[in-house]
Structure formats: C-alpha cells, structure tokens
Ligand binder design. Structure first.
Ligand SMILES: Cc1cc2nc3c(=O)[nH]c(=O)nc-3n(C[C@H](O)[C@H](O)[C@H](O)COP(=O)(O)OP(=O)(O)OC[C@H]3O[C@@H](n4cnc5c(N)ncnc54)[C@H](O)[C@@H]3O)c2cc1C
Length: 386
C-alpha cells in the first residue's frame, strides 16, 4: 500500500536534477540509478573535469601527488538513467526549479542542491597575498612548493572561520608538516603553530582532541584555540582578540560559505541553505540541499554529504514506489585522521540519532590506514567502476 498523499507511484518518469557531482551528487545519482534505473530521468551538473577526495589535498602537500594523479575523470561515471553534464551553473530559481548554466536551461520535478562549500578569501584580508590557502586543489598544488623550501623559521597553520570542511584536517596538516620537516632533518630549526576559532581540535570528540593535543605536545607543535584571524600582514597574523602571531610560512584555511550562485538564489541563511535535518528538505517544494552546502547539523565532511544523499535517495525511491518515507537522517559518519608517521586514527561521529552528539575515538594505528584506503577504493569502484 502506498503512503497517503504520495501520488507519484506508477507515473511516468520524473526529472531529477542534481547540482554538483561531489560526494553527495555521486552517491545520490548512483542510488537512484541502482534502484530505479530508467524509471527516473536524472541529470547531474558539474563544472569540473572529475572527482577527487578532499584528503588528496594533504597528499598533494606532503606526498608529492599531482592533481592529475588524484582526480578521477567524470567520463568514467556511467550509470543507467543518469546523464552527467559538465556545465557552469550561473543561476538557480528554487521556486520554479529552473537552473541556468553556461550551456542553457534545465527544469526539474525534483531539484537537489549539492554544490559543496566555497571559500571566501576576501573575508580575511591579506591571506591570499601573504599566505597559502591549502583547501582548494589549486591552493594545495601551489602551497607544495613553499612547504618544500621551508627549512627554518615559524610555520603557522591558521583556520580563518568556522564551520570548515573536515575539522581534523588542519591538525593532520600540522602533524604531516612536522613529519616532513623531520624527514628533511630541519625540524629543530622550525616552529609549528596551529590556531583555530574552535576551542579544541575536534570539539565533538573530547577524546580525539586530547589525543591530538598529546601528539602536538610530543612533537613540539603549539595549539591555540578560540583564535580567529582578523587580517594578515606581511609576516604576521592579527587576530580579532588583538593578539598577533609572526610567521615565515602561513598555511591558511579560508572562511567557508555556500557558492555565490547559491547565495544569489536567495536560498541561504547565514551562508548556507537551511534544511530540515531529518529529511534534507529545503523550504521550497521538491527542493533538497545535501552536503557541505546545507546546514543540517552535521560536520562538513564527505562522509556526511554521502549519508545525507542516501536519505534523499531513499525518499525519492520510496516516492517512486509509493512506499512509506525512509527513516530520518541519523548524522552518523566515521572520519579518518592522519596522525603522522603513516598512522591513522578514526573518529566515529553520531550527531543526530541520540539525545547528545557523540564522537568516539579509535587510537592511531597502521591497520587503520588499510581502512582509510578501503574507504577511498570502495567509492572509486561504486561510483566509477574502477
Ligand atoms: C584538506 C581536506 C581533507 C579532507 N578530508 C576528508 C576526509 O578524510 N573525509 C571526509 O569525509 N571528508 C574530508 N574532507 C571534506 C570533503 O572533501 C568535503 O566535505 C566533501 O567533498 C563535500 O562533499 P559535497 O558533495 O557536499 O561537496 P563537494 O564534494 O565540494 O562537491 C560540490 C561539487 O559542486 C561543483 N560546483 C560548485 N559550484 C558549481 C557551479 N557553479 N557550477 C557547476 N558545478 C559547481 C564542484 O565542482 C563540486 O564537484 C576534506 C576536505 C579537505 C579540504
């Protein structure tokens, strides 16, 4: 029996338009293809050439990986019932579910915004001129050179705003930088400092924060929480609390916000699209927002984008079959953390299913590296058949 009021079952195919082919867009379109095949007409729009895992940026900084080597071309994405087009989205009208791109116009019965979070370098004057952001692929590629030439002095890793993608990543960067300098025999000539607007490295998991801080202490990395840069001048960061920090090498995480095209659509509040955390529905009819672009009460990380996309997929599949709506989004996900010396830790986050947010820490080990590798290779094979 179909759920009351869900009249779509049995109708001819509906048009689903997915904006963005990152973690969220790839998982959503894969599930729709697997379950509904040609029963739905799915179009995915992305301006990029291919998909890369966010953590590849650390491989570009510290493991000499090139952009080409970490990118999987979208030409490998072939799914029944799904068309992936490479176009730049220039306007979104959520009322009419019409999307304008540099190649034309798309309209849909269901619109899913999965455009990720963008960076606002101008929010921290001087960051682009005097520092190196490493959160974009171009930025990571450009920062690898100065890191390789850094042999003495003060290195600062500064996070300029919150929320930001993958909360452990700046800590991973500090530990991997320490390893890199040790490997080159110049660690004693260098200081490493990490600053964040958050009070601790991974606030939802006190255990993870404590383990990271212990690792920092062992390696002589200084950590300062609750610090938000106001601006950057040549060789120094001025923080909003009036303090300053000198640097010879600045690796910055820019303030984040939804892409301009999403902000211009009028869908955002405080920089992101507001959604119902349980269903990922926006306030517009048949318009969802998933992943980093949305405010769903979960951290900004690929694994959460993917989890939210699964909920939307289940909802659309249930609608197509006239079934009951799926269980609400549970906000669960595991993040792997580079702890240096090739060890990996894991934090298991649960933000929405219980009365309290939890973050269980799994101590670093070489074995967990295999799990992280498996995390990547399983997505490569599921989405791209590799
Ligand atoms: C250093 C670093 C390490 C990380 N490590 C991890 C990790 O270990 N685990 C983890 O789970 N996450 C990690 N992340 C975070 C992860 O990369 C992101 O949270 C994830 O990619 C978000 O997925 P998404 O689908 O929401 O958006 P995205 O993956 O950002 O996808 C959005 C897509 O939209 C497209 N797009 C944007 N604007 C337009 C436009 N105007 N027109 C057309 N297309 C457009 C983009 O090209 C992009 O492909 C890390 C991030 C960084 C920076």
């Amino acid at each position: 029996m179909g759920a009351p009021g869900r009249q779509y079952a049995g109708r001819v195919s509906r048009k689903v338009l997915i904006l963005g082919a990152g973690f969220a867009g790839l998982e959503l379109s894969t599930m729709l293809s697997e379950e509904l095949g040609d029963e739905v007409e799915v179009t995915v729009i992305d301006r990029g050439n291919g998909f890369s895992f966010g953590y590849s940026k650390l491989d570009m900084l510290f493991r000499a990986a090139s952009l080409d080597s970490v990118q999987i071309p979208y030409s490998n994405f072939t799914k029944s019932g799904v068309t992936l087009v490479r176009e730049e989205i220039t306007a979104i009208d959520p009322e009419t579910r019409t999307v304008t791109t540099d190649a034309g116009t798309h309209t849909a019965d269901v619109l899913v915004i999965a455009l990720g979070a963008d960076y606002d370098l101008d929010a921290t004057p001087g960051l682009a001129e005097y520092g190196h952001e490493f959160y974009s692929f171009a930025g990571a590629e450009a920062a690898a050179g100065p890191i390789g030439e850094f042999n003495s002095g003060k290195a600062v890793i500064a996070v300029c705003g919150a929320p930001f993608k993958c909360p452990p990543a700046p800590s991973e960067c500090a530990l991997m930088l320490s390893d890199e300098l040790t490997r080159r025999g110049v660690r004693d000539e260098c200081e490493i400092t990490l600053t964040m607007p958050l009070p601790s490295p991974v606030p939802p998991s006190p255990e993870t924060s404590a383990a990271l801080k212990a690792e920092f202490a062992e390696r002589g990395i200084e950590f300062f929480g609750d610090k938000r840069p106001e601006r950057v001048e040549p060789g120094r960061i001025i923080y909003r609390d009036g303090t300053e920090l000198p640097f010879d090498l600045l690796l910055g995480v820019p303030k984040h916000r939804a892409p301009d095209v999403v902000i211009a659509s009028g869908m955002t509040e405080d920089g992101y699209v507001t959604v119902d955390s349980a269903t990922l529905k926006s306030k517009y009819e048949n318009v969802y927002a998933v992943g980093d672009v949305a405010t769903a009460g979960v951290p900004k990380a690929g694994v959460f984008s993917e989890g939210a996309a699964k909920v939307v997929a289940r909802e659309l599949i249930a609608e197509a079959r006239g079934e009951e709506p799926p269980a609400p989004y549970d906000g669960k996900g595991s993040c792997y953390i580079e702890f240096g010396e090739d060890r990996i830790a894991r934090v298991d986050i649960d933000f929405l299913s219980g009365p309290e947010r939890t973050g269980v820490f799994n101590a670093p080990s070489l074995e967990l590296r295999d799990q992280k590798n498996q995390f990547g290779s399983s997505r490569e094979s599921r989405w791209f058949g590799l």
